[in-house]
Design a binder for this molecule. Structure first.
Ligand code: SF4
Ligand SMILES: [Zn+2]
Length: 455
């Protein structure tokens, strides 16, 4: 959207000063977030290219509430680049980055067996990173997190096209990541190119992050280029058969699947393989730079509101916890007497760790670390829910209990050429591992760095 007419300017409220990124002249430019007619916009002023106004969130009031209650950031353990040109040109991570890696993502290939019209990575035919390079990159990720990394996502392209995918997953599992996730479209799982029984042998701490956009083929034909529902269901059923947990990852587009996010949630909580769902606002980078209308982009607060209207008995807007990265909010649902409900606020507020790896132990630790007035209610809520001998059970049993009993629902967004706000970019917690051992925040990587040659 170009800049507003003066009549609109008079109605708007300035919220913050920030900077944005002008993709046309590749510079950081002054910007403000402003509220107008209940929505949040990013107004940027490039001296060379002019002003632009972009919708950032549909529900400014909800977003402001999230901003005021957001968890504090946890700085990266180490920075890998010096600050020279200023954000976003020093990624690597630089000392100005405010959030450590909750997710380290490794793209092992840019080859893909699908070729989706909305692919962030613009994948197709491509090359495969050698196993030795991958091992070096994983070691750097572990080292940069001082030996305590969180989640690793093995991604691409489509990672299952890599001829050494199983050795790669095995070597990843030997390192101290809390979880190793395989980010896949699921095709190779359901047609037997990947032996799902072999994936199951990877054991506790492995899960599949399955691209799953909805429950009808119009959705797949539009976002993925062909009808795939049958294949997706077959992959998911195989995962259930082999006891491999899955998180569904959904690209959400208006007039396509935004309207059915509640129905999909209902399906997900009932499916035995699924332990979580991540609704991602469609972003405009990679192969999808200008499809759709960025001014009408789907936003986090919009998805949360639609979920609350269409799956109101399961979850409401007030149940969502804003994460410290500023780009996601989440809620844990808990199964009590065969029905699902959000876990009490006292518990979700205590759940400080990474949402995708939250464990009962994290909660115990949070309760122990909290002052008495807070720690007491947390422990009380916990002991009501969990068996008294929990901590003496094996890791597998504890993990199974969390799997059967809790379900994580996350809504997230990304920054692209249109909504790039440096106040958010410097807090992003999904970081892409580079062959030289550095890490680049996911949105900055896809907006600025992806086309740069690999070392
Ligand atoms: S996004 Fe983070 S790592 Fe990149 S330049 Fe900005 S502060 Fe530094
Ligand atoms: Zn410009």
């Amino acid at each position: 959207m170009a800049s507003w007419p003066m009549t609109e300017w008079l109605k708007m409220e300035l919220l913050t000063h920030t900077q944005s990124y002008c993709a046309a002249c590749r510079t950081a430019v002054p910007a403000q977030t402003v509220e107008l007619n209940g929505a949040l916009y990013l107004h940027s002023d490039c001296p060379a290219c002019g002003s632009r106004d972009t919708l950032v969130e549909h529900d400014a009031a909800l977003y402001r509430r999230w901003e005021s209650s957001r968890r504090p950031n946890t700085a990266p353990e180490n920075s890998q680049k010096t600050a020279e040109r200023g954000c976003p040109f020093d990624c690597g991570l630089c000392p100005a980055h405010r959030q450590k890696s909750c997710i380290a993502l490794i793209e092992i290939t840019d080859s893909c067996d699908l070729g989706c019209p909305v692919c962030y990575a613009d994948s197709g035919s491509g090359s495969f990173l050698p196993l030795k390079t991958i091992e070096r990159m994983l070691d750097s990720a572990v080292e940069s997190a001082n030996g305590k990394p969180e989640i690793l996502q093995v991604s691409g392209g489509e990672p299952t096209t890599h001829p050494q995918i199983l050795p790669i997953l095995r070597t990843a599992m030997q390192r101290p990541f809390k979880y190793v996730m395989l980010n896949t479209n699921g095709l190779a799982l359901q047609d037997g190119r990947i032996d799902v029984a072999e994936l199951a042998r990877l054991g506790n701490g492995f899960e599949v992050y399955l691209q799953f956009d909805g429950l009808n083929d119009r959705i797949y034909e539009t976002l993925r280029g062909k009808a795939l529902l049958e294949e997706k269901l077959r992959a998911l059923n195989l995962l259930a058969e082999h006891g491999i947990p899955a998180t569904l990852v959904v690209t959400v587009r208006r007039n396509l699947n935004l309207e059915s996010v509640g129905e999909l949630l209902q399906f997900a909580i009932e499916h035995p393989a699924v332990r979580g769902i991540n609704y991602q606002c469609e972003a405009y980078f990679g192969r999808n730079p200008e499809q759709g209308i960025p001014e009408e982009r789907v936003t986090q607060t919009e998805i949360v509101n639609v979920l609350s209207q269409s799956a109101g008995s399961l979850v409401g807007t007030e149940d969502f916890i804003p994460l410290s990265c500023g780009l996601a909010s989440m809620v844990y649902l808990e199964k009590i007497n065969k029905t699902w409900q959000p876990i009490p606020r006292v518990l979700s507020d205590a759940w400080k760790g990474n949402p995708l790896t939250a464990s009962v132990e994290d909660l115990m630790e949070a309760a122990a670390g909290a002052c008495l007035c807070k720690g007491g209610p947390i422990l009380e809520a916990l002991t009501k829910r969990l068996p008294p001998d929990l901590l003496s059970r094996s890791i597998e049993e504890r993990s199974r209990l969390v799997h059967d009993r809790f379900f994580h629902l996350t809504v997230s967004g990304f920054l692209d050429d249109w909504n790039f706000d440096l106040n958010r970019a410097c807090r992003e917690c999904a970081h892409v591992l580079q062959p030289d051992g550095t890490k680049i925040p996911f949105s900055a990587y896809n907006t600025l760095y992806r086309e740069m040659p690999r070392v």
